[in-house]
Design a protein around this ligand. Structure first.
Ligand code: FAD
Length: 511
C-alpha cells in the first residue's frame, strides 16, 4: 500500500462514484484540494449506468417550463462533446407527427425554441421531414407522413463516469471503489468518517474538512443512516427501465415517439446490432439496488414502439433490459414524469461545526455544471484555491478535435492493420487517443493475450484493471464495455477467474 493510500486526512470526502460524485471529485482535485471519493460498489453501478444515455436539452421539459434547465443542458451538449468525442457523439432525432397527439405547430414551436435557447454551433439545426420519401419513414407505419428532425448527443454513460474518475485520480484524487461510507460524525470542525472495504471488511477512519453527499438515489439513506439525521425526505425516487432488442432499422438516427399518455419513448441505435427502447417513469419505494423491469413495463415499451414501427415489437424480441432509479428533488409534483429534473445543492454547517454539502437530482448532461457549483461552495468554506477549469479540459482519451474523431479511428485502424478493424474501431470509441497505450506493440490478436469471447482479450482487461478500477467481470462486461451483450456464460466465468487471480497477485489500479 502506497503512502498516499494511507492518507487519513483530506480536505474533501465525496460519497458516491456516480457521474455527480466523480465530477465533483475531478473538479475539486483540479482546483488543488485533497480529495477522497468512496464508492460502495463499482463506479457507475448506480443510476449512472442505467440512463437513456443522452446529452440533451430535454425537449419534453419545455412543456414543464423548465427553461433554465433546458438552456443549461443545451449549452452543455457541445461542451461535453468537445471534451470526450470518443464516448459522446451527435445524434439526429426523428420526431414523427402523430395525428391526435401534439399538433404540428406545437412541435415546430418547441423545436424552434430548442434550436435557439442553447449555444448550438456545430450541431445541425432542426428540419422538416417528408416521411413518405425520407429513409426514416421506411420502418414506420404508412400513416406517419410528417416528421421533424433535430440534434442532441449520445453518451456512453458508464464510461463517462470511469473517465471522469480517472482524470480525478490523475489530478491527485484518491478513488476508492468497493468502499462504503458507514458513518460520519462532526467533531471540532472536522468530519470523522468510518469507511469499510467491501472485499476485505477492513474498516478505517478518515478525517475530512468537508463532506459531499453525492449518493444519488441513496442520498437520503446516507443522511439518515450514516449521518444519523432522522426523517430525511429530499428526493423522489422514480424508476425508469429500458429494453434492448435486435436492430430494428438500418439508418443511424434515433426516434422520439409520442405516447398517448403524454410521455415520450426513444428508440435508439445501440452497440451496432441492437436498438435501445426506453424509458418508463414510475414512482419507486424499494431499495434502489433492487430496481428491475416488470413485465408491465416491458409490455408498455413494446406497445409504445409498435404504435409506430411497421413490424410490431414483442417481449420475445427483448435480449436485455435494465432499470435505474432517478433521484429527483422532491418538488411535490403530482406525476412522476412532471417532477423536476433540475439539481439542488444544499450546504449545512459551518467551519466550526464541519460542512456537509448534499446533492439532490441532476443529470448526466448537467454533471459538469453541478460539480462547478459544488466546488464553488467548497471554496467558500475551505478558501479559494483555483478557478473553474473543467470547461476546456478533455477527459482521458478525448484530446482530439470532435470533428476529427473519425480520422482518429481510421488512423488507429491503419496503425494496427494486423488486428480486426472492428476491434480497433470499438477500442477507439471507448479509449480514444489512449488506444496506442492500450495496444502497445501488438500487431495481431495472438499478441493480445487470453481471449474471453467476442473481441475481448486480456490486454484490454489488464488495462481496465490497471487504469479504470475494474474488479469483477460485470465491471468489464456491462460498464467499461457492453460486451456482456455478446459473450457466453462460460466466457464470463473465465474472465471472472482471470481477474480474480490477477487482482490477488496485486494487479489492481494504479491510482
Ligand atoms: P448514482 O449514479 O446513482 O451514483 C451514486 C453512487 O453512490 C452509487 O454508485 C452508489 O453505489 C454510491 N453510494 C451510495 N451510498 C453510498 C455509501 N454509503 N458509501 C459509498 N458509496 C455509496 N440523464 C441525462 O443527462 N440523460 C439521459 O438520457 C438520462 N436518462 C435517464 C434515464 C433513466 C431511466 C434514469 C434513471 C436516469 C436518467 N438520467 C439521464 C439521469 C442520470 O442518469 C442521473 O441523474 C445520474 O446518473 C445520477 O448520478 P448520481 O451520481 O447522482 O447517482
Amino acid at each position: 500500500m502506497s503512502e498516499r493510500r494511507k492518507a487519513a486526512a483530506v480536505d474533501v470526502l465525496v460519497i458516491g462514484g456516480g457521474v455527480n460524485g466523480c465530477g465533483i471529485a475531478r473538479d475539486a482535485a483540479g482546483r488543488g484540494y485533497s480529495v477522497m471519493l468512496c464508492e460502495m460498489n463499482d463506479l457507475a453501478s448506480g443510476t449512472s449506468s442505467a440512463a437513456t444515455k443522452l446529452v440533451h436539452g430535454g425537449l419534453r421539459y419545455l412543456e414543464h417550463f423548465q427553461f433554465r434547465l433546458v438552456a443549461e443542458s443545451l449549452a452543455e451538449r457541445e461542451v461535453l462533446w468537445a471534451l470526450a468525442p470518443h464516448i459522446i457523439r451527435p445524434l439526429r432525432f426523428v420526431l414523427p407527427h402523430h395525428k391526435g397527439l401534439r399538433p404540428a405547430f406545437v412541435l415546430r414551436t418547441g423545436l424552434l425554441m430548442y434550436d435557439t435557447l442553447g449555444g448550438r454551433k456545430l450541431l445541425p439545426p432542426t428540419r422538416t421531414l417528408d416521411l413518405t420519401t425520407d429513409e426514416a419513414g421506411r420502418p414506420l407505419k404508412d400513416g406517419f407522413r410528417l416528421g421533424f428532425e433535430y440534434s442532441d448527443c449520445w453518451v456512453d454513460d458508464a464510461r463517462l463516469v470511469a473517465l471522469t474518475a480517472r482524470d480525478a485520480a490523475d489530478r491527485g484524487a484518491d478513488i476508492r471503489v468497493r468502499t462504503q461510507v458507514l458513518s460520519a460524525r462532526r467533531d471540532g470542525g472536522h468530519w470523522h468518517v468510518v469507511i469499510e472495504n467491501q472485499d476485505s471488511g477492513e474498516r478505517s477512519t478518515i478525517t475530512a474538512r468537508l463532506l459531499v453527499n453525492a449518493a444519488g438515489p441513496w442520498v437520503d439513506t446516507v443522511i439518515t443512516e450514516a449521518l444519523g439525521q432522522s426523517g430525511a425526505h429530499n428526493v423522489r425516487l422514480v424508476k425508469g427501465s429500458h429494453i434492448v432488442v435486435r436492430r430494428l432499422y438500418e439508418h443511424d438516427r434515433c426516434y422520439i415517439f409520442q405516447n398517448e399518455d403524454g410521455r415520450i419513448v426513444f428508440a435508439i441505435p445501440y452497440e451496432q446490432d441492437f436498438t435501445l427502447i426506453g424509458t418508463t417513469d414510475l414512482d419507486y419505494h424499494e431499495a434502489p439496488e433492487k430496481a428491475a423491469i416488470t413485465p408491465a413495463e416491458s409490455e408498455y415499451l413494446c406497445a409504445a414502439a409498435s404504435e409506430y414501427f411497421r413490424r410490431p415489437v414483442t417481449t420475445d424480441d427483448i435480449v436485455w433490459s435494465y432499470s435505474g432509479v432517478r433521484p429527483l428533488f422532491d418538488d411535490g409534483a403530482s406525476a412522476a414524469q412532471e417532477a423536476t429534473r433540475d439539481y439542488v445543492i444544499r450546504a449545512e454547517g459551518d467551519k466550526v461545526a464541519g460542512v456537509l454539502v448534499n446533492v439532490f437530482g441532476g443529470k448526466l448532461t448537467t454533471h459538469r455544471r453541478l460539480a462547478e457549483e459544488v466546488v464553488d461552495r467548497i471554496a467558500e468554506t475551505l478558501g479559494r484555491k483555483g478557478a473553474r477549469w473543467t470547461r476546456d479540459a478533455p477527459l482521458p482519451g478525448g484530446d482530439c478535435p470532435a470533428t476529427a474523431f473519425e480520422a482518429l479511428v481510421e488512423k488507429h485502424v491503419r496503425a494496427h492493420a494486423g488486428l480486426a478493424p472492428t476491434l480497433v474501431q470499438r477500442l477507439t470509441r471507448l479509449y480514444g487517443t489512449k488506444v496506442p497505450e492500450l495496444l502497445g506493440e501488438a500487431r495481431s490478436a495472438a499478441e493480445l493475450g487470453a481471449h474471453f469471447g467476442a473481441d475481448l482479450y486480456a490486454r484490454e482487461v489488464d488495462y481496465l484493471m490497471a487504469h479504470e478500477w475494474a474488479r469483477g467481470a460485470d465491471d468489464v462486461l456491462w460498464r467499461r464495455t457492453k460486451l456482456g451483450l455478446r459473450v457466453t456464460a462460460e466466457d464470463k466465468a473465465r474472465l471472472a477467474a482471470y481477474m480474480d487471480t490477477h487482482l490477488r497477485q496485486g494487479g489492481g489500479p494504479r491510482a
